[in-house]
Ligand binder design. Structure first.
Ligand code: AMP
Length: 427
């Protein structure tokens, strides 16, 4: 049996990688305009970091982590980026260096979920975190930036859901209100929900089980229980979103799967492209208690993560334009080394060049140049080497001319430059 990639983990082949690079570059450029700097953390962390920050009664921690033991240490492949970023923030005492840290990351995440379209076991997230800004205006700026970024990527039909789950005090009030609401209907809930109710009744609001969904539909809204401070934060967020003209919908049922959130929560979905049922593109929220909870100082924080595979499914299909390039077709053993040297001269001038090293017939080499989309083909046969000239074929113009070696590089550069608008040329 030949080897296959692990289930739910995908190769990104050369034909697809251009779209990935475009997506990643657009993300980096956009967030840099807002002052974010990249943070790279290890892919593996101590298991307890995720248990403590994500929360025990969450799907991710309960059943989706890739955990293994080495040298009597329990380690886990990161299922998300926030915990590692917060760990690094605390470990390097970033608060002592700067009052506000704006960080971003891009990389693979791992969750043992049931694979389907848009849901994988190794997937990629790009995310942003801000430490040291308690909001709500920074929250609105982050949501606005995310929406603008997705729009710039060509993703339409966006739906931006926003909610506040308040701070600890509000959530305790809400926990009691939910218990009071759910307890009399306990028998109508799924077994899993029944078991979780006492641990964290908020979890029931994002259960996927139809029985839980039916009961949760009538649950009280947390927005009615906000303390005055939480209410002020929520009102400020909405005013700032309105000022930014970022469209959004208030969704009181939005609690999101992870335990660490406080106050602002948001999620962006879309019905564009090939997304299907996995249409959540990005999600995030405020987690004011996490830095403290990980042994750091009292520093408020907010962040979001977006799934790159899903963005690629939602983005319009566009072929990245290829820079024009030159293909060298040497015929015979004497021509090949000359072709290598001539090709290098072109590359030194910043142009792509490829030499056919197969030693096959002219016809087969021309076929390959055509398939690769080359603009020019330089044919070098024995008689050309003897006379120190090359036959230059212009595949687009269907013309051919003889050029002496001394002028070849300059002539090729001129033809390649004139064949496309300068913006599309290789640097
Ligand atoms: P989360 O970290 O669960 O809040 O997810 C944030 C975003 O990551 C989601 O909106 C998805 O776009 C993406 N995502 C989460 N889990 C997966 C997965 N298993 N496969 C692909 N994308 C995912």
């Amino acid at each position: 049996m030949p080897f296959r990639a692990v289930k739910g983990m995908n190769d990104v082949l050369p034909e697809e990688v251009g779209r990935w690079q475009h997506l990643e570059a657009t993300f980096r450029e956009t967030v840099a305009l807002y002052g974010y700097q990249e943070l790279r953390t290890p892919i593996v962390e101590e298991t307890q970091l995720f248990v403590r920050s994500i929360g025990e009664a969450t799907d991710v921690v309960e059943k989706e982590m890739y955990t293994f033991e080495r040298h009597r240490e329990s380690l886990t492949l990161r299922p998300e980026g926030t915990a590692g970023a917060a760990r690094a923030y605390v470990e390097h005492a970033r608060q002592a260096k700067e009052p506000v840290s704006r960080l971003y990351y891009i990389g693979p995440m791992f969750r043992a979920e049931r694979p389907q379209r848009g849901r994988y076991r190794q997937f990629h997230q790009a995310g942003c975190e801000v430490y040291g800004d308690k909001g709500p205006y920074g929250d609105a700026e982050m949501i606005g930036m995310l929406v603008d970024l997705l729009t710039q990527l060509g993703i339409g039909d966006l739906r931006v859901a926003v909610n506040s789950i308040g701070g600890a005090e509000t959530r305790e009030l809400y926990r009691l209100a939910l218990l009071e609401y759910f307890m009399p209907q306990l028998a109508a809930l799924s077994d899993h929900a029944q078991a979780r109710l006492q641990i964290n009744p908020l979890r029931l609001l994002d259960s996927k089980d139809p029985r839980d969904i039916a009961v949760a539909a009538g649950a009280p809204s947390i927005l009615e229980l906000l303390t005055p401070e939480d209410q002020e934060h929520w009102d400020g967020l909405r005013r700032a979103l309105d000022a930014l003209k970022t469209p959004y919908t208030v969704e009181p049922g939005l609690v999101r799967g992870l335990d660490y959130y406080t106050r602002t929560l948001f999620e962006v979905s879309s019905t564009a492209g090939d997304l299907g049922s996995q249409n959540a593109l990005a999600g995030g929220g405020r987690y004011d208690a996490m830095v403290r909870g990980l042994g750091g100082p009292e520093v408020p924080a907010i962040g979001f993560a977006m799934g790159l595979e899903r963005l690629l499914l939602a983005m319009p299909d566009s072929k990245p334009s290829m820079a024009p390039f030159c293909f060298f077709a040497p015929l015979g053993a004497a021509a090949a080394p000359t072709a290598l040297a001539l090709a290098r001269e072109l590359r030194e001038r910043g142009f792509r060049a490829e030499v056919d090293g197969r030693g096959t017939s002219l016809k087969s080499q021309l076929r390959r140049a055509d398939a690769l989309g080359a603009r020019l083909v330089v044919v070098l046969g024995e008689s050309e080497i003897e006379r120190q000239v090359a036959q230059v074929k212009d595949l687009a113009g269907h013309s051919q001319r003889e050029v002496p070696f001394g002028q070849l590089a300059e002539e090729l550069v001129m033809s390649l430059q004139s064949s496309v608008p300068s913006a599309e040329r290789a640097p």
